[in-house]
Design a protein around this ligand. Structure first.
Ligand code: AMP
Ligand code: MG
Length: 189
């Protein structure tokens, strides 16, 4: 089984996923959690393209796509014969606009079975992301977050149409991470 884990920063996707994998372990279902960004960063650093992982999204789109393809191939090789969960992004916000996290060439390498989007209320995400909200008004921040989550739902259905994977939306509301993790663990058995 290959599961894709996505969610915009501040949704708590990594926290929920780690809890879900712990629950699964108790019934002897094991997944390896692989971070797509880590693999891309390893490759980018070995080529001296970036020093910081947060700067990868500022590289030329062509360079990012080349790294993306190489990372997908590497993960595909790692995943044969085991359950794997790939922590990544539906879309990456770059200075030139949104870059798809799983364009066709990535889906062709990974052939995912299940695609998960972890979501939260825009207000909750804004709270988790920004302790200093002075730079922008709250309404602007929450509107941007709402739009990004909507965009990600749409592109997830396109990924589903290309690869045949199912799409599961997991809500992670404040103080309800365990509930979200239980829901996630059910679909990964
Ligand atoms: P993360 O730590 O999961 O937020 O990911 C760090 C960085 O890795 C992101 O900001 C992107 O630059 C890159 N990244 C992760 N997944 C992908 C992907 N599927 N396609 C392109 N870049 C990605
Ligand atoms: Mg994370």
């Amino acid at each position: 089984m290959l599961a894709i884990l996505t969610g915009i920063p501040g949704t708590g996707k990594t926290t929920v996923a780690k809890m879900a994998l712990e629950i699964l372990k108790q019934s002897n279902v094991n997944y390896e959690l692989v971070n797509f960004g880590d693999i891309m960063f390893e490759i980018a650093r070995s080529k001296n393209l970036v020093e910081q992982r947060d700067n990868m999204r500022k590289l030329k789109p062509e360079v990012q796509k080349e790294l993306q393809k190489k990372a997908a191939r590497k993960i595909s090789r790692m995943s044969s014969g085991k359950n794997i969960m790939v922590d990544t992004h539906c879309t990456i916000s770059t200075p030139k606009g949104y870059l798809p996290g799983l364009p066709k060439w990535v889906l062709d390498e990974l052939t995912p079975d299940i695609f998960m989007i972890v979501e939260a209320e825009p207000k909750e995400i804004a709270m988790r992301r920004y302790s200093d909200k002075t730079r922008k008004r709250d309404s602007e921040i929450t509107e941007e977050i709402r739009m990004h989550q909507e965009l990600n739902r749409s592109i997830a259905m396109v990924y589903s149409a290309f690869s045949g994977c199912t799409v599961k939306i997991v809500q992670n509301h404040q103080g309800k991470a365990e509930e979200a993790a239980r829901g996630m663990s059910k679909i990964l058995r």
